[in-house]
Design a protein around this ligand. Structure first.
Ligand SMILES: [Zn+2]
Length: 294
């Protein structure tokens, strides 16, 4: 599917989630089971340890005109005291996406087999990515998260604090923070020894700095080797915009400093890299522009 069409479908799924959280007047950390309860009696949820079979499942029972949402509690033993594990929360959010998004629900009501899901951000199928986008927005709704995210430029430290506040997983919080950021930044995914994808913030694109793929910046080689050898820990380096992005001959952008924060994520098989830069390096100093004009 066309990249832009997919992007707008994912954004629409996120907006649907935002609207539900607003309508129910929920506050952070969002309780996804409160959303389930708001749909009684058409939706009911139940947790159980389903081992490796699935993380979540949504089933439509035609005779009762009722949806049943099952979520795997196998991660709960690792949860913080008094809190539901972030992966369980994400799973419930994902299944809620299949329930609330009209074309997903219609599809479930038509077919015989229930829908099963596994993990977060692990699939390339668009409907699954829509449900992931819905889940990420349920846990960090735009109207609650955006003002907090944009208090300052992003850093891994800030993202972890925000993830904690919203009881979201650090990985889903990283994607969500980048997508809500008013600053030029991006998250890159390294797999099989090369950058497989880069997810940019809107201001980064506005600056004319575009994602690149299928390359390997020299700074990334050591963190990638460490990651492969199981030594992977969070690390930091400094690079240039030209190391990571496509700037289409706009040489002014090439030597802008980029802070690279490497985040090994074993269950994803991916070395994530948070890429941030100084806003004034990218857009210039507004005061100077002011002086130029007058
Ligand atoms: Zn799914």
């Amino acid at each position: 599917m066309e990249w832009k069409a997919e992007k707008s479908r994912l954004a629409a799924a996120g907006r649907e989630a935002d609207a539900i959280v607003s309508r129910l007047r929920l506050v952070a950390p969002i309780d996804p089971l409160a959303i389930v309860r708001s749909e009684k009696p058409f939706l009911r949820a139940g947790g159980g340890d389903f081992g490796d079979r699935y993380d979540g499942m949504l089933e439509y029972h035609k005779s009762k005109n009722r949806f049943l949402l099952f979520y795997n509690t196998k991660y709960e033993s690792e949860a913080l005291p008094g809190r539901m594990h972030t992966r369980t929360r994400f799973t419930i959010g994902h299944e809620l996406g299949h329930y609330f998004l009209n074309h997903h629900r219609a599809c479930l009501m038509r077919r015989k087999h229930p829908h099963m899901s596994r993990g977060e951000f692990l699939t390339d199928v668009v409907v699954e990515r829509e449900a992931d986008s819905f889940a990420a927005s349920i846990l960090m709704p735009t109207h609650l998260a955006r003002p907090i995210v944009n208090k300052a430029e992003l850093s891994l430290h800030r993202i972890c604090e925000i993830a904690e506040q919203f009881n979201a997983s650090p990985v889903s919080a990283t994607f969500r923070c980048v997508s809500l950021s008013d600053f030029p930044c991006a998250i890159a995914g390294i797999r099989n020894g090369k950058v497989e994808w880069i997810f940019p913030s809107e201001p980064l694109l506005k600056a004319g700095i575009y994602p690149n793929r299928d390359f390997m910046p020299s700074n990334a080689r050591e963190p990638w080797n460490d990651y492969q050898n199981g030594l992977g820990d969070v690390s930091e380096a400094e690079g240039w915009v030209q190391d990571w992005f496509n700037i289409y001959d706009n040489e002014d952008l090439a030597k802008i400093h980029v802070t690279e924060e490497y985040i090994p994520v074993n269950w994803m098989g991916t070395l994530l890299v948070l890429l941030t830069m100084d806003e004034s390096d990218v857009f210039g100093d507004e005061e100077e522009e002011f002086e130029d004009e007058y």
